[in-house]
Design a binder for this molecule. Structure first.
Ligand SMILES: Nc1nc2c(ncn2[C@@H]2O[C@H](COP(=O)(O)OP(=O)(O)OP(=O)(O)O)[C@@H](O)[C@H]2O)c(=O)[nH]1
Ligand SMILES: [Mg+2]
Length: 261
């Protein structure tokens, strides 16, 4: 066991890199960083910015000049949430952070929930993945339109039906990953999605590779400002991926029934 594997996260954020992908999040990011550090003063934060036209990346460069807990990956063009996370998590592993906390920049994920996620990561069952869940007891969506609630519920039901994923919120975007698990199983190299299907794909990859998964309740707030980057092509990609996974599960079950005779 390496040193990094023996370390436990602390509720202050020691040994933890918070990865935040951004595309035009100037309205929310400055306040968010202060709120994250108010909860996790020891955490480092990595922003993965895709040359946001609103200047988010330049703002991060300026803030970095007087903040040694802040890092940035500048990418030349908008390339999707999935590759932003893959690049950010790869950076975390390369820089020896034992725990990677992923969160959105738009105010949907409450910094006040973060110590709870890290505390769970340090639990006796040593989870490899902790999901901030809207759909376990105590979790909820605050101010969500009926459409948002229905989409999240239906999405999770469909994921469960097709893939059998045994978690309540497989589409959640607030999570903590154990770096040693991601690195030793080459999880990031296996990611195929480009958009929001990423959350479901990561859950399925980690589960199928034997990860111990825990869920803790969180309150998810509707985006507080700025514009959504979620469009229908991303939704279609996720739907296609889950359906394909479901069909291959059915085919596998049929093959093993056939073999048993
Ligand atoms: N670097 C990068 N970040 C992205 C990209 N697309 C989305 N993001 C960021 O990923 C996070 C989640 O995106 P959102 O647009 O909030 O997606 P959502 O939460 O499903 O949709 P909303 O209803 O608008 O909240 C935000 O911090 C975005 O700025 C991208 O292509 N590149
Ligand atoms: Mg959002």
């Amino acid at each position: 066991m390496t040193n990094a594997q023996r370390l436990a996260p602390t509720p202050q954020g020691d040994h933890t890199l918070v990865v935040i992908p951004t595309y035009n999040e100037m309205e929310t990011l400055p306040r968010l960083l202060d709120e994250v550090w108010a909860q996790l003063p020891a955490a480092h934060i990595l922003i993965v910015d895709d040359s946001s036209p609103d200047g988010t990346g330049e703002w991060v460069d300026e803030r970095r000049a007087r903040e040694d807990r802040l890092f940035v990956l500048h990418r030349p063009a908008k390339s999707g949430l999935a590759t932003a996370y893959v690049d950010g998590m790869g950076w975390a592993i390369a820089h020896d952070y034992p725990f990677i906390l992923q969160m959105d920049a738009d105010g949907s994920h409450r910094p006040i929930d973060l110590p709870k996620l890290l505390a769970r990561m340090g639990g006796p069952d040593q989870p490899d993945l902790v999901i901030g869940s809207r759909w376990v007891a105590g979790g909820r969506i605050n101010g969500g339109s009926a459409k948002r609630v229905a989409l999240s519920k239906a999405g999770n039901y469909y994921v469960h039906l097709c893939l059998g994923t045994p978690v309540r919120d497989a589409t959640a975007g607030l999570r903590v990953h154990r770096s040693s698990f991601l690195a030793s199983h080459g999880v990031l190299e296996r990611v195929a999605t480009t958009g929001f299907g990423f959350q479901v794909e990561m859950t399925e990859l980690e589960r199928s590779l034997g990860a111990v998964i825990a869920e803790v309740p969180i309150t998810f707030d509707e985006r507080v400002a700025g514009e959504s980057k979620l469009d229908s092509s991303i939704f279609v990609e996720e739907l296609a991926m889950v359906t394909k996974g479901g069909l291959s599960r059915l085919a596998q079950a049929a093959r093993s029934r056939f073999r048993r005779g």
